[in-house]
Write a protein that binds this ligand. Sequence first.
Ligand SMILES: NC(=O)C1=CN([C@@H]2O[C@H](COP(=O)(O)OP(=O)(O)OC[C@H]3O[C@@H](n4cnc5c(N)ncnc54)[C@H](OP(=O)(O)O)[C@@H]3O)[C@@H](O)[C@H]2O)[C@@H](O)CC1
Ligand SMILES: Nc1ncnc2c1ncn2[C@@H]1O[C@H](COP(=O)(O)OP(=O)(O)O)[C@@H](O)[C@H]1O
Ligand SMILES: [K+]
Length: 493
Amino acid sequence: MRTAYSVETVRNAERELMARLPEGALMQRAAAGLAAACADLLGGGSGAGRVSAVGRVYGSKVVVLAGSGANGGDALYAGARLAARGARVWAVPLAADRTHEGGLAALLGAGGRVADDPFEVLAVADLVLDGITGIGGRGGLRPDAVPVARAARGGRGVIVAVDLPSGVEADSGEVAGEALRADATVTFGAYKPGLLIDPAREYAGALRLVDIGLGPYLPSVPELEALQHEDVARLLPAPTGESDKYRRGVVGIVAGSARYPGAAVLAVAGALRGGAGAVRYVGPGGDAVIAHYPETLVHEGPPSKAGRVQAWAVGPGLGDGPGVADALASDVPVLVDADGLRLLDPATVRARTAPTLLTPHAGEAAALLGVDRAEVESGRLAAVRELAARYGATVLLKGSTTLVASPDQGVPVRVNPTGTPWLATAGSGDVLSGLAGSLLASGLDPRDAASAAAYLHGLAGRLASHGAPVTAHEVAEAVRGAWRDVVGVRAGA
Ligand SMILES: NC(=O)C1=CN([C@@H]2O[C@H](COP(=O)(O)OP(=O)(O)OC[C@H]3O[C@@H](n4cnc5c(N)ncnc54)[C@H](OP(=O)(O)O)[C@@H]3O)[C@@H](O)[C@H]2O)[C@@H](O)CC1
Ligand SMILES: Nc1ncnc2c1ncn2[C@@H]1O[C@H](COP(=O)(O)OP(=O)(O)O)[C@@H](O)[C@H]1O
Ligand SMILES: [K+]
């Protein structure tokens, strides 16, 4: 599990740790880890967007962009360590007389210099350390930093953000103005939410966490968590000798319409790959569903008359078709997506005794919240939390970063680490709905069902795409490979 903590929490932990250490020790730990990561990148270490061509620290050219705070201090001390190993290091102080004194003195003492002309050194740098702002930064880059940041980006050097890319909001992932896009970010003590959530995540490049000993002082419940393979493997259902199709769970799919018949097929396609023992389809698309998936149980009447299910997934391609209210009136978990989300009444959802899972994309979330889509896209974390609180439901917010929030207080939001922009293709959300509904039916709680489904769906998207366009149908077909990958089954086993 990868976890992220808010700035306030990190600062509290740092305070506690610092009280037990000699002055400056923490910054030295950060600088040592940062310098080691830079040495690795200068040596051709992979993972970052750009790869350094120099192949070694000795003789390489390094520029340190230093702001007025401790972030600049970290960068300058790391610059000093690189200078001591033979790098030519220039400092570019962006806050004149407020540059970190100790850091600058260390750099000068190790043979580094203050650049006469920042643009000249940025043009030839092999590596640029962005120490303009870290967790103390507010708003985008200030006007005087903007031309310097642009010159850094325009040069050929690998850009390494210190703790955070300068200009991004650490707690929310918002990017309020201009920010410096890094090839790699070396962060200290704990990931910050902004490093895992778009749009800020896009600016961070490859992530490295430097352990500065903060662990024991961080609370056990983080702000944000990202599941990894082993976490998802623990969640996925596995049939046993005692299993039969009913015990494995039956998922009911209410999807498709005369206008969108394909949505029914795609939602069923996802559901069939999701672990339930049977898929019941309810709606007007039964013929198309059967033509693709004869194993589906189909029904044309209302969901309440379709026979017992353990969970419903309602909404994909439904248009104004019936079924949403009927499914919501049931006493089993219900996933509501797409058309089902229109006119969804918070009071109805809140009054349910069984769990509800809402799966909006940014546009649908904006409509539910009564705000602009751009507001949701720039502030995903706030939007998903607000929706979960307002509806008393688990919410999976889709998009470039998929987030899952629980309505319960103190439960970390989950951020999905898999996926590819190629998933932005018609119908891929329908596959996700079916998949998540199927995991709900097989007994996962809504937060686990949503995050495991997003994880598998994202991985399936990557496997099916391999860098090329992909269709929703192919994503559904790749779910099995993703599942095997997660649970560690090798091909042929
Ligand atoms: N605590 C510790 O022991 C450890 C901390 N660590 C390190 O410290 C970092 C936090 O340091 P920090 O608190 O000094 O804040 P920091 O991020 O350097 O920036 C704040 C300064 O920038 C300014 N400023 C604000 N916004 C701005 C903007 N948009 N554009 C430009 N300038 C802006 C603002 O000054 P202002 O001009 O507003 O007076 C303020 O002085 C943390 O990220 C990590 O790297 C590690 O060494 C581990 C140990
Ligand atoms: N830029 C992106 N990067 C990664 N995944 C994306 C991106 N845009 C959309 N997705 C994913 O693609 C799927 C699209 O779902 P949705 O918007 O409901 O589309 P549709 O209604 O056509 O099925 C979601 O799983 C979403 O998270
Ligand atoms: K920075």
